[in-house]
Write a protein that binds this ligand. Structure first.
Ligand code: ADP
Ligand code: MG
Length: 975
């Protein structure tokens, strides 16, 4: 029997929680006693009984509507039967389900709808059942552990004999975890084994349980070690490792239980949702339950930097360099043209021809908005008004088409506001007189399907032809993009106004503050274009494909729980961000560790020397010492000094987790001296060697206080596991970072002096240091909160975009989705054209232009349609045109291409959006000097950007689809 020892710090709330749990522990133990009489098979039988019951709550895996519609009699029969079986077991609980599923498409669809209707209630139903079977299930796990005792397994390549049966405190920990609490259990209390309880219970659902560890080595170790237990009960266990290929990952996720590090889980999520090109490429299943080992390390220490997948940006520097001379030519011609326009303005003004002067001024602005003479003109209020008047006139509907003509007089036209440039026909001719088309995109889809349908080509030839087609398109797209950015660099970005060049680098100047912003880069190739213009080295550009913070990744899970030796000091943060409460669990045996007072020295040198002397004394007596350091550098210094003192030792820097785990495991042997950074060998159990207990156990010497008390407590916890003797001591100096930056060195120096004078001991300074630490912890927590607040904005957007993207990937009725996307973009487009125009005197030219450009159709005269009917009318025509074009095309081919068209639009839009959001966030902090709250500003602007993004995705997707359809049509015509 155990006598309960409660450390006095436990509050009464925790006491109450524990006393509620204790009766359950008693029940588990009494059930387990009975199980001891049963044959081993009884455990597996119980397991499959529970699994079977819970399988009723699995998601429905049944053919899509379109697939059902195509089914023959026999297939319908089979599907209806399968559905009938699924519903039968649920009907008692959910009476709204139909009693019969007939083998007709309609009846099947109805049954599916009824199922989806009740699906929301599965979560609570499942939870209720799990709670009900918990005592019996935990007894099964404990009993399985008992039966494993004495058996051999291999863990991390070493043979290991199983020798563990869950202690009562471990059962308490297991119950706390199932309730979604953070179980605070000291190092060495056997958290690895505690995990088996809630993991087994939740794995019975078949939804997949993820156990998250701090490194790959521990994921492997624990999955092998605890795998013996799970497998004996009939559950499957998988493990993720860094270098694994998608197929292996998919297999690991398909298991009942999957071990892995937070970044493996997080990156798989990003790859699945932001990059996969088909459902088959995705590896994860649901996010049901994640159990986090060393939860503080994952949710707090690792949460400072988000997970980011970057890749090379599509633009390479090559086209910039190649096209630079040509663009210089263009700019020179345009400048000449603009000089002429400027003198036209003057002469028209002189002759009193205001209208002509205004027109020339407008052209000048379109051609070179930063033309010297133009800027000078703009200093005159009259001329500014004249320009405004002209612009307004042209913006009126009836003149809109004339703007195109105006632009065609130029080599290229520039949009000052949008900061981009468009090459005009005249410019194209100048660049490539023989083939101006080489600066337009080839009709990709026509050519692609032509290749696909060319029967004279072998499979391999087709692949090659497609590949070179892709390459051609990419090269052309890259040239067009490069020209546009180079033009922008030459005509919109002025040296010493928008940027400076220093030390071979282009540095942006913030327009509102005039400050230089080193390290920041313009996105989308503009920075490279400016580098090309200035003739400095063009830097490689990377692009963010996908990103998420650790916090937001783990919020995806339906259930979350964690365990660690040190959670209490971060309890407020766990609660605020993850809604996780901390429950400290009593230790199995009373803790024997002696925490000696901190020692304080003036200099780092003094401190290290004292450490060496202390190690020497302990070492001579044979007591093992573990020296913890805050940095690799400190480890190396100490190692050098130990060598000089001729003390044999090992050094660990958290580089090779597995190798270091093996060394740390030996740190409790007689005479061992081990120097280790904080993270090295974490999670590895340090057992005491023979006779070491009598020498006082393991001696942990810490050479610095960390910014967070949690990390200090972790280090102390490396000794005195399971009631072993042991002691810990901190050695500090006034030169330590923490003391210099956050302590009160003067006060402490005075303490040292005083003690020296009086020949007394230095008073305990641990308390003083800890208050500095508490302040630092708060500051760091605030920093993490801020990252999260900003990411929350993005998180909502990410969810919407990923949902949409997943819908595109997995939706079997992709046609519906495509048509819906077109419809939305048509409606939006028509409405904004109507809103732009003069309602009394509508001009449909721009609308028709737009329809021609986007959907490649001629709208017959829309003026006899009532304005409110216009959106639906145009939609009808556009959709009809699409249907007509793709009619008769093999469904499989069309679906694949449609999916691709949509994905392309989403990914392109989202990646650009990520870059814009980055810029927005960077910029917003500069503004925070004003009165405005940066977060509020950020939210508002992010919201606006997102609206634009969604519209743009839909527009691009529609345009992609129509280009696809046009290609198909052209192909049909050729046949
Ligand atoms: P923690 O993760 O809590 O620091 P570990 O899971 O690494 O602890 O376990 C520490 C040691 O305690 C291991 O050597 C393990 O074998 C041992 N241990 C854990 N639980 C038991 C048990 N119920 N009976 C015997 N030994 C146990
Ligand atoms: Mg552990």
């Amino acid at each position: 029997m155990i006598t309960w020892s409660f450390p006095p710090i436990l509050g009464s709330k925790n006491d109450r929680e524990l006393s509620r749990i204790r009766p359950i522990v008693k029940r588990i133990n009494s059930i387990e006693e009975k199980l001891q009489q049963e044959p081993a098979e009884a455990l597996q039988e119980l397991t499959s009984k529970w699994q079977q019951h819970l399988a009723r709550y699995h998601p429905l895996d049944i053919a899509s509507k379109t697939a059902v519609e195509k089914m023959d009699e026999a297939a319908l029969q089979k599907t209806a039967q399968a559905l009938q079986q699924r519903l039968a077991v649920l009907r008692k609980e959910f009476s709204s389900l139909p009693s019969e599923v007939a083998p007709t498409a309609e009846s099947i669809e109805n049954a599916k709808a009824a199922f989806h209707h009740i699906e929301d209630r599965f979560g609570p139903a499942r939870a209720k059942y799990l709670l009900q079977i918990l005592p019996e299930a935990y007894a099964v796990v404990k009993n399985a552990a008992r039966r494993l005792c004495g058996s051999q397994t291999r863990v991390s390549g070493q043979p290991l004999t199983w020798d563990m049966v869950h202690y009562d405190v471990q059962l308490i920990g297991g119950i706390a975890l199932h309730r979604g609490l953070i179980a605070e259990m000291q190092t060495g209390e056997g958290k690895t084994l505690v995990a088996t309880l809630p993991v087994y219970l939740n794995a019975l659902t078949g939804l997949g349980v993820h156990v998250v560890t701090v490194n790959d080595y521990l994921a492997k170790r624990d999955s092998e070690w605890m795998g013996a237990l799970y497998r004996s009960l009939g559950l499957s266990v998988g493990c993720l490792q860094n270098q694994m290929r998608p197929a292996e990952r998919r297999a690991a996720y398909a298991c009942d239980i999957t071990y892995g590090t937070n970044s493996e889980f997080g990156f798989d999520y990003l790859r699945d949702n932001g990059m996969a090109q088909s459902r088959g490429e995705q590896v994860q299943r649901d996010h049901y339950f994640a159990l986090l080992d060393e939860v503080d390390s994952i949710l707090i220490d690792d949460a400072r930097t988000p997970l980011i997948i970057t890749g090379p940006a599509e633009q390479s520097a090559q086209p910039m360099l190649e096209l630079k001379p040509q663009v210089q030519q263009l700019v020179k011609r345009q400048t000449a043209l603009c000089n002429q326009l400027a003198s036209d303005v003057k002469s028209h003004l002189e002759s009193g021809d205001e209208a002509e002067a205004g027109l020339a001024l407008f052209k000048l602005k379109l051609g070179q908005p930063r033309h010297r003479q133009f800027l000078r003109f703009m200093e005159s209020p009259e001329l500014r008004r004249l320009l405004e008047k002209t612009e307004l006139q042209y913006q009126r509907q009836s003149f809109r088409k004339d703007i195109y003509q105006l632009k065609e007089e130029l080599y290229f036209s520039i949009d000052d506001k949008r900061r981009d440039a468009d090459l005009m026909e005249k410019g194209r001719l100048l660049l490539s007189p023989s083939d101006p088309e080489s600066f337009t995109l080839p009709d990709f889809t026509t050519k692609l399907s032509a290749i696909d349908n060319d029967e004279s080509l072998s499979r391999e030839q087709k692949e090659n032809a497609k590949k070179s087609l892709h390459e051609e398109r990419n090269t052309r797209a890259a040239s067009i993009h490069a020209i546009s950015q180079l033009l922008s660099a030459y005509c919109l970005h002025e040296r010493d106004v928008h940027y400076v060049v220093r030390g071979g680098k282009v540095t942006i100047i913030d327009e509102s503050t005039g400050r230089e912003m080193p390290g920041r880069r313009w996105s989308d190739g503009l920075h490279q274009a400016v580098e090309a213009k200035e003739g400095v080295k063009i830097e490689e550009e990377t692009k963010t494909y996908a990103t998420i913070t650790i916090q937001n990744y783990f919020r995806l899970y339906e259930k979350l729980a964690g365990m660690t030796g040190t959670a209490e000091t971060a309890a407020a943060e766990f609660h605020a961000i993850y809604h996780l409460d901390v429950l400290p669990i009593p230790t199995h045996a009373p803790n024997q560790r002696i925490d000696r007072n901190d020692q304080l020295f003036k200099t780092r040198r003094d401190k290290y020397q004292a450490v060496i002397r202390t190690v020497e004394t302990a070492h001579q007596a044979g007591q093992p010492v573990l020296i913890g350091t805050a940095s690799v550098e400190a480890s190396e210094t100490l190692a050098r000094m130990l060598k000089l003192a001729k003390i044999p030792h090992s050094v660990l820097n958290a580089k090779h987790h597995e190798k270091e785990a093996n060394i740390v495991a030996m740190a409790g042997q007689r005479g061992a001296v081990t120097v280790s950074t904080n993270m090295a060998g974490r999670g590895t159990d340090i057992k005491l060697g023979e006779g070491v207990a009598e020498l006082g156990g393991l001696f942990v010497i810490a050479t610095e206080r960390h910014a967070s008390r949690r990390v200090d407590r972790q280090l102390r916890g490396r000794c005195s596991r399971q009631g072993d003797p042991g002691c810990s001591q901190f050695f500090l100096s006034l030169e330590d970072d923490l003391m210099r930056n956050h302590g009160d060195p003067a006060q402490m120096a005075a303490l040292i002096e005083q003690a020296k004078r009086n020949g007394t001991k230095i008073p305990p300074i641990g308390k003083l240091v800890e208050s500095a630490q508490a302040q630092l912890e708060q500051r760091d927590a605030k920093g993490r909160k801020q990252i999260l607040d900003f990411d929350d904005v993005m998180n909502l957007q990410r969810e919407i975009v990923y949902d949409f993207r997943n819908n595109v990937l997995t939706n079997e009725d992709i046609r519906d989705l495509a048509l819906q996307t077109i419809e939305e973009s048509v409606t939006h487009g028509v409405q904004s054209h109507l809103a732009d125009g003069d309602p009394l005197n509508p001009d449909f030219t721009p609308l028709r232009e737009w329809a021609r450009a986007t959907f490649l159709i001629e709208l017959s005269d829309p003026s006899n349609v009532a304005p409110e009917k216009l959106p639906s009318e145009v939609t009808k025509r556009v959709l009809a045109s699409y249907e007509q074009r793709v009619e008769g095309v093999p469904a499989e081919f069309l679906e694949r291409e449609e999916r691709r068209a949509l994905l392309f639009a989403i990914d392109h839009g989202w990646q650009e959006h990520l870059a814009e959001m980055d810029e927005l966030r960077d910029g917003i902090f500069l503004r925070s000097q004003g009165q405005k709250d940066p977060l509020v500003e950020y939210k508002n602007e992010a919201f606006a950007l997102f609206g634009t993004l969604m519209d743009q995705i839909k527009r691009d997707a529609s345009s992609n689809l129509f280009h696809l359809a046009a290609g198909i049509q052209a192909l049909k015509a050729k046949r």
